[in-house]
Design a binder for this molecule. Structure first.
Ligand SMILES: Cc1cc2nc3c(=O)[nH]c(=O)nc-3n(C[C@H](O)[C@H](O)[C@H](O)COP(=O)(O)OP(=O)(O)OC[C@H]3O[C@@H](n4cnc5c(N)ncnc54)[C@H](O)[C@@H]3O)c2cc1C
Length: 646
């Protein structure tokens, strides 16, 4: 295996304070250098991304007085993928008085990350979760409320307390509208300048510091550079490397991958979260998958027929011939087991020939009991928009027949390596939200991504970036600085190269084939032989891409094929690294299931002795062996145990 990668020096998170975990964040905030308000006006920050992470960061940095320039590729910041988040956001408010606390959220999240995340970061996340809810309520985010007026909560997988705050099935949308309003307020105040329909295609590094970006105006095709004292990437996750995923079609890895190629380490790329409740694939025509929120597992019961090959309609299968397999195998958590466990269990019953629907790749999520117990009206009030969405897509009415669901790629826990301050290995480059790797470990639980995005953007970054910027403003740069000009030329050359191939295969056909390879060999279950095969297939397909891809049109104006071609080219390189990372980690941990490493009961078996580390990868050239830097994980408060949800 060593020919596929080499092992370099270990890496450490030198910014994380030691001492009692409860006071680490306070102490870091106190020790971080401050920037005088008058000096903030002299400091500029580029923020790439306007989702929950980037939108909240740009708004807060603007409010603090920095000069912010904010970028997104959509026509409005409001269209960032965060808007799709349905289920909710965790916070340790304990409004239910059901035993929740900051410590319990910390504990559940470390455990939910299968002991592959940092205690310091996760504790900070749990602490800040409480402030997020107050902040969003103050902005007017319409969280669901109970009759008594308190904010309502619901349960999510992997937790036995009810701590997920929600706004029907549109939590991301409502939170993003809150962040967007805060952002627009700063735009109106003149502290934030907004650039929509601009795609970052390269990071500019001068004298070892991140100093700017190269962007393409997606409407005019103009390439330009933007220079600042620091760059923040909030560019989201890379689930679309699988082609079919629940992510918005535009989600891509380009911003972080380009930074990785410039020296930023990429951590844990193989950790992918597969979500158990998605509408099953219905055919080759599909270009994306749709999530049915996890919140549905609060009331929906998952089952398949007991007998393999039973193709009777659900209503014709009597109760005693149904297998409510999650309730049977995991009685303590039942239908609310964590996502990796629910996903693998669905795959197992389908592999046994007990799946339902076309191709046998589906399981039932049944609301008959809930409707009987609570009444249709109550179910409608909680999940109405999700039921409607399901009916529109499948043509089946979930009030009458059970939903059919199957796992799909949903979230990526890997991302650029950052320290406690959220700074990457390139000084001056900060990475927040789904784009970094920091807080989730191997099996991110539900409702914790929104929490992390907003924690990073509203509370963490605005405190930590000052420690870096206090040494600024840095040397003034102009577009004709040799490093700046060279980076811009690199972008122009790459675009010209993509257009020059002039081949006979569409970008999408390559992307679809790459996605199939990734799902087959680096999806829900991975094996040594499968991953090796995937690496060969990816390399072959990548070479073919550069010889046969057809990008019609030119670079002078709107050209969506060109945009996609650049993103797919980056996906090819990322896919190879994901497989190498998955191959080297010969243990199973949460979101990464290695078939060779399972307990006799078929559960994921970790290898704490050999793999209790963050795998941070260094780029050495396309197709060249990357270098692995290990960051050891130390557990002082939540001691690693085999996860059990039985
Ligand atoms: C269907 C679905 C439902 C979900 N539900 C939940 C939930 O209920 N609870 C939960 O906690 N999590 C949920 N998640 C996960 C969560 O929504 C995401 O992890 C989170 O919203 C990511 O936020 P972000 O700000 O990091 O990135 P995003 O919201 O993806 O924003 C990325 C931004 O970066 C910009 N960008 C990217 N690349 C470039 C570039 N090269 N140049 C310029 N701009 C660029 C985009 O324009 C966009 O503005 C869900 C995910 C999905 C797919």
């Amino acid at each position: 295996m060593t020919e596929l990668f080499s092992v370099g020096d270990p890496i450490a998170d030198t910014k994380a304070p030691d001492g009692p975990v409860e006071t680490r964040w306070d102490r870091r905030r106190f020790s971080a250098k401050l920037v005088n308000p008058a000096n903030k006006r002299k400091l500029s920050v580029i923020v790439v991304g306007t989702g929950l992470a980037g939108g909240s960061a740009a708004a807060t940095l603007g409010e603090l007085g920095y000069r912010v320039r904010s970028y997104c590729y959509q026509d409005s910041p409001r269209r960032a993928h965060s808007i799709a988040a349905q289920g909710g956001i965790n916070a340790a408010k304990n409004y239910r008085n059901d035993g929740d606390s900051v410590h319990r959220l910390f504990y559940d999240t470390v455990k939910g990350g299968d002991f592959r995340s940092r205690e310091s970061n996760v504790h900070r996340l749990a602490q800040v979760s409480v402030e997020i809810i107050d902040q969003c309520v103050a902005q007017g985010v319409p969280f669901a409320r109970e009759y008594g007026g308190l904010l309502d909560t619901r349960s999510f997988g992997g937790a036995q307390v009810s701590r997920t705050f929600y706004a029907r099935g549109q939590t991301g949308q409502q939170l993003l509208l809150g962040a967007y309003q805060a952002l627009e307020r700063q735009v109106a105040a003149g502290t934030v300048e907004m650039f929509t329909r601009h795609e970052m295609l390269e990071l500019i590094v001068v004298d070892g510091r991140a100093r700017g970006i190269v962007v393409r105006d997606m409407v005019t095709g103009e390439i330009s550079t933007d220079l600042a004292d620091a760059v923040v990437l909030a560019s989201g996750g890379y689930g679309n490397v699988f082609f079919l995923s629940t992510n918005a079609k535009g989600c891509n890895v380009t911003a972080t991958w380009r930074a990785h190629r410039k020296g930023a380490l990429f951590a844990n790329p193989c950790y992918t979260q597969i979500h158990p409740t998605c509408i099953p694939v219905s055919g080759d025509h599909q270009s994306k998958l749709t999530l049915m929120s996890e919140s549905l597992r609060n009331d929906g019961r998952v089952w398949v027929p007991k007998k393999a090959g039973d193709d009777r309609a659900a209503a014709d299968i009597p109760e005693d011939e149904r297998d409510y397999y999650l309730e049977r195998i995991y009685p303590a958590f039942g239908n609310l087991v964590p996502r990796d466990i629910a996903s693998r269990a669905a795959k197992n019953v389908c592999d046994e020939g007990r799946g339902v629907g076309p191709g046998g790749l589906g399981v039932y999520l049944d609301f008959a009991d809930a409707i009987g117990r609570l009444g249709r009206k109550a179910v409608e009030a909680k999940y109405g928009n999700l039921f409607e969405m399901y009916e529109r897509i499948t043509g089946e009415d979930p009030y009458e027949v059970p939903m059919r669901i199957y796992p799909a790629v949903h979230y990526t826990m890997g991302g650029l390596w950052v320290d406690y301050d959220l700074q990457a290995t390139i000084p001056g480059l900060f990475v927040i939200g789904e784009a970094n790797f920091s807080d989730h470990g191997a099996n991110r639980l539900g409702a914790s991504a929104l929490m992390q995005g907003l924690a990073d953007g509203y509370f963490v970054l605005p405190n930590t970036i000052g420690d870096y910027l206090a040494a600024g403003p840095f040397e003034k740069l102009t577009a004709d600085h040799p490093d700046v000009a060279r980076t811009r030329t690199d972008v122009e050359d790459r675009i010209a190269k993509l257009l020059a191939v002039d081949g006979d295969r569409t970008v999408d056909s390559f992307h679809r084939e790459l996605g199939r390879i990734m799902w087959e060999y680096c999806g829900m279950e991975r094996t040594d032989a499968g991953l090796r095969k995937a690496i060969d297939l990816i390399r072959g397909l990548r070479n073919e891409f550069w010889q046969r891809v057809r990008v019609p049109g030119d670079g002078e104006g709107l050209n969506q094929s060109l945009e996609r071609a650049g993103r797919v080219a980056d996906f090819f390189e990322l896919a190879e690294l994901m497989c190498i990372d998955a191959l080297h980690r010969t243990e199973s941990c949460g979101g990464h299931f290695r078939a060779e490493s399972q307990t006799p009961e078929g559960e994921a078996e970790r290898d704490d002795e050999n793999f209790s580390y963050v795998a941070a990868w260094e780029f050495t050239g396309t197709g060249d062996a990357p270098v692995l830097h290990k960051e050891d994980l130390i557990f002082e408060y939540v001691h690693p145990t085999q996860r059990s949800y039985k």
